[in-house]
Design a protein around this ligand. Sequence first.
Ligand code: PLP
Length: 395
Amino acid sequence: MSVRVNNRISSLPPSPTMTVSARAAEMRRQGIDVLSFAAGEPDFPTPAHVVDAAIAAMRAGKTTYTAAVGLVELREAICRRLRAEIGVSFTPAEVVVSPGAKYALFAAFQVLLERGDEVIIPAPYWVSFPEQVRLADGVPVIVDCPAETGFALDPEALRAAITERTRVIVLNSPGNPTGAVYSRQALESVLDVVRGHRGQPLWVLSDETYSRLVFDGAEHFSPAQIAPDLRDQILIASSLSKTYAMTGWRVGFLAAPKDVITAIGTLQSHSNSNVNTIAQWAAIAALDGDQTVVESMREAFSERRKIVLELLAAVPGFSCGAPSGAFYVFPSTRGVMDSSLEMARILLEEARVAVVPGDAFGAPGHLRISYATSLANLRTGIERIRQAVENLARR
Ligand code: PLP
């Protein structure tokens, strides 16, 4: 008799973005010169003062377990940063530190959902949202948000998707994979629907992982900031990963009503215990320390974004809006072919450029291109894409 994992996990597809990155790494190991635009992480090193704080913590013997919800010093630093960034006051009891925003979101679904509860997820969506909902026995309800309307959730479409089983609405601005940023007005109209909903109150789970990466004068707004009256229905998930180039440190957090935080603390006490203590002390240095490092990285991304958009405009059949946030562009490739899976395959095999097909994000017909890589790579890679697309047209 063979040994098998259970159905819940055997039916879970591996993260498609990680699969593409792994395939590119494999080709590189075979000596093939592949450029990867699949990464979801900054290509900058973690700032030196953050690394120094980790070393100092180790030398000072700060190497033991912490509370499952995280160090109070870190939760205080998170509260200070939220106050500075979005002008909303939280207490440390309303904050839990998790291994990345990914686990904070996973934990939120675990504590909010009963079997069969529905979660509204605007598409294109970050790959893990639907899987995390399913892992909590919930039902993802996908609402399409087309490029023509800026990939933002249409209030009417939201209203139509709400049923008596709806418990959570997921928002992600700036968004992965589109880079789209909700304007204040767009966010207000979504929150009006939440406010006007009769019956069991809805949770708004706002993933603000990319909040510091906005360009061309765009502004990031949090639901907590613009709808203080909905405060006890709003959860903010965020992370140090993208802001401080700390993806491998695994420090994220959730700010939410105290009862949710306490429940997640209990879940964490039986699952991951606490985020690596050394990383937590480093995170305090990142949050309280010099923020000009964040601005320099943002400026570098901003320059790359501008060049990527210029270069993509020269690819025949690609059509790309100018997203205001994150470090992704999400061109439609329907002008070349309908299948973005096939398009991504051709680009990997023939242009030796790894990109993620929109299918992974519930938006076929698009490609996600990450510009978290050097300008030289971007210039070479997009030129290769242009040539591959022109060759296709000649066939
Ligand atoms: N949310 C979004 C939208 C993301 O793109 C990511 C990472 O790619 C995460 C959450 C998770 O980030 P982390 O777990 O590193 O904090």
